[in-house]
Design a protein around this ligand. Sequence first.
Ligand code: SF4
Ligand code: SF4
Length: 336
Amino acid sequence: MTGDPAEAALRAGRWVKWIAGASNQDLAAIEDLAGLYALAGVHCLDVAADPAVVAAARRGMDWAQARGARRPWLMVSLSDGQDPHFRKAWFAPERCPPTCPRPCERVCPALAIGLSATGRPGVLPERCYGCGRCLPACPLGLIEERDQVLDADAVAPLLQALQPDALELHTQPGRQLAFAERLAQVAASGLRLRRLAVSAGAEVSLAELWQRFAALRRCGHRPLWQLDGRPMSGDVGDGTARAAVTLLSHRRHGMPPGPLQLAGGTNGRSLSQLRRSPQLERACAGVAFGGVARRQLQPLLREAQARGQRLLEAQDLWPEALALARNLVAPWLERS
Ligand code: SF4
Ligand code: SF4
């Protein structure tokens, strides 16, 4: 494992992961973004545990590899129970008054509320990644959330089919038993994983993280701790960037062994927030970018779409797209 550039990046604090979203099934955008962020040099692509999504991400990786990129790890995400990352919004459009100014549509960062292929307005499930912004936006309270948690029996065959390099398990307080059960289901797949990432927010105590660590070690996994500072925040501005760094400052003493990676609210301001403390800089193995990574390429995705093309087909848009992707990830890839 020592020759693996991703492991070397974790040791050097230069690890960068791109997060597509645990519920995101927007295949065209996933392929485009996977390709561009792989070419920009990220070490890992973290996508939904869904065969079509994984296939799209692998096509993006193939595109990047054909242009000289190192192939990143493919990570898929699961949860040990209900979790905001594993849900989708839903409403019955026929209940909406025709005069409604559709605030739900305006607040959706994924453009997931609009006309479907059948011409009916509503949530486009493949695009919805469960951020929850639309839920309070509806004045009539018509929007509900629907969980997307995988059944126990489905885990092993799904992982055997997907063959990821790494896995991420989202956990919440009080779920040590559910976490251990998920690990047993993962073990039944027979997969050998390079890392098993645990995504947890501030509400999961250190004592519980040590319990998770013990369960991981019993199964022979090498942990990677994803510090989920402000999940589903939209990743905008200093405030969200600070949340993950603050969580690192609270967690760096007393954490179980394993690299500590920022996520949840991370953006282009995260590194400057981290650099306010040399101790925190040293403690940080890297970063994951989700919403911000998509948002900055969204105009180009839409421009390609308006031409009836994918971004990976619109060669004239590549320089700008790649410059934007590199602008986000290069400061981390190059940090000393
Ligand atoms: S606002 Fe968030 S939860 Fe609502 S449809 Fe859009 S992506 Fe889904
Ligand atoms: S805000 Fe509510 S009523 Fe209006 S379109 Fe959206 S879901 Fe329908």
